[in-house]
Design a protein around this ligand. Structure first.
Ligand code: G3P
Length: 218
């Protein structure tokens, strides 16, 4: 399973990169706004900085909701770097844009996936990745991990190549459960990734090893 980091924060991206486990980056308009990045020029420059930091796939989202507007935007975005992936929302014109990209070998990430039906049409349109939002489904007391499981089963039966990129991950258990459910990729902030390595018995065990070593070598 690949690990992407879901942020536009360059320091967080660098920190994840230093762990040696980073396969890519996802962003969205909310995450860009959170970093104070605004205006077309600054947004493009920021994507370029992210692409310089990581060699893996970097999702850059279109803002337009009509097909012509999306194509205009994605034609600019794809020129930023070879590792740019065009993030396209799951709407009717988005499906057209996914097909447009698939015909031209432009990588895509279909975002805002909340049902197996949406995942099916996105795969049929040739999406490279689809992003089911686990946390936001859990927020309304449905089961986000179960959605990943259903999509994984459907893609296996239908032999789709589209990769399941589990998004809206809120905690470390979401990462583990998404992995078990068949996600190809998880994307999340740095904290849930770091949370994976925490266990109190590890801390207790290490403290004991170090104390015993100190005693024996006093
Ligand atoms: O990749 C999508 C993600 O950024 C959404 O996360 O926590 O806003 O639901 P969240």
């Amino acid at each position: 399973m690949k690990f992407f980091i879901d942020t536009a924060n360059l320091d967080q991206i660098q920190e994840a990169k230093e762990l040696g486990i980073l396969d890519g980056v996802t962003t969205n308009p909310s995450l860009m706004a959170k970093e104070g990045i605004s205006g077309q020029d600054n947004i493009l420059k920021h994507y370029a900085k992210i692409c310089e930091l990581v060699s893996g796939d970097v999702s850059a989202e279109v803002i337009s909701t009509d097909f012509e507007g999306m194509v205009k935007e994605l034609e600019v975005l794809k020129e930023i770097a070879p590792n740019i992936v065009i993030k396209i929302p799951m709407i009717l014109d988005g499906v057209k844009a996914l097909s447009y990209c698939a015909e031209r070998d432009i990588k895509t990430n279909c975002t805002l996936i909340f049902s197996p039906g949406q995942a099916l049409i996105a795969a049929k349109a040739g999406a490279t990745y689809i992003s089911p939002f686990i946390g936001r489904i859990d927020d309304i007391t449905w089961d986000g991990v179960d959605l990943v499981r259903q999509i994984a089963e459907m893609y296996a039966v239908q032999m789709f190549d589209t990769e399941i990129l589990a998004a809206s991950i809120r905690n470390s258990n979401h990462i583990v459960q998404a992995a078990i459910a068949g996600a190809d990729v998880v994307t999340c902030p740095l904290a849930p990734i770091v949370g994976l390595l925490k266990h109190p018995l590890t801390d207790i065990g290490l403290a004991k090893f170090l104390a015993d070593h100190k005693k024996a070598n006093a």
